[in-house]
Ligand binder design. Sequence first.
Ligand code: DX5
Ligand code: ZN
Length: 217
Amino acid sequence: MSIIISPSLLSVDFLELKIELERLNQVDDLWLHLDVMDSHFVPNLTFGEPVLNKIKTVSKHKLDAHFMVTNPDFFIENFKNVGLHNFTFHWEAVTHHDRLIQKIKEFYPSVGISLNPSTPLSAVPHYIWSKVDLVLLMSVNPGFGGQKFIPEIVDKVIELDQIRHANQFNFQIQVDGGINEQNAGYLIQAGANNLVAGSFIFSEPNKNYSERIQKIR
Ligand code: DX5
Ligand code: ZN
């Protein structure tokens, strides 16, 4: 599986959103990670469909939406014209997981499930792994950029990679939160193939984001 870096828009200068997106267009093989928060599932509020509709007119990258919301069901049809590539919802937010996965598949090429740091892999029944395209392991508690990486998540990645190999599942393993040039290598060795990074990339003082992305790679 190829390694994908997915810069998280949460850390950009929103007053320069178009220019920031154009800077990212200078780098190839990225996904653009879009953190949709509802101030209910997490204590923070970000952006919704009108903003994402504008983003899609500028960004050349695949749009990777991470819904940190209590009711992901509300967003499936509302966002269908945004052109999202991947739609990830939080396992903890939902009761009818299988039904939601089926519905997301009607509208989006890729469906992801996200697990908070404290949610064990055993919370997900075995048959679900074959139905998803991506599993996002949170390596910080969701809601904010710029938090410290929780190192125990590396073992969770190893465990998930073992499940994937043993059963020949095809899902991507994405890790999100506190990723930088120090921990990226451990995560890739552990089996992750898709890394989200916000503050590490966008804190580059000269806005030379490709340099930070290259460091992660
Ligand atoms: C946190 C978000 C992340 C966040 C990552 O809840 O899901 O995508 O923006 O930012 P950093 O890389 O700064 O931890
Ligand atoms: Zn995220």
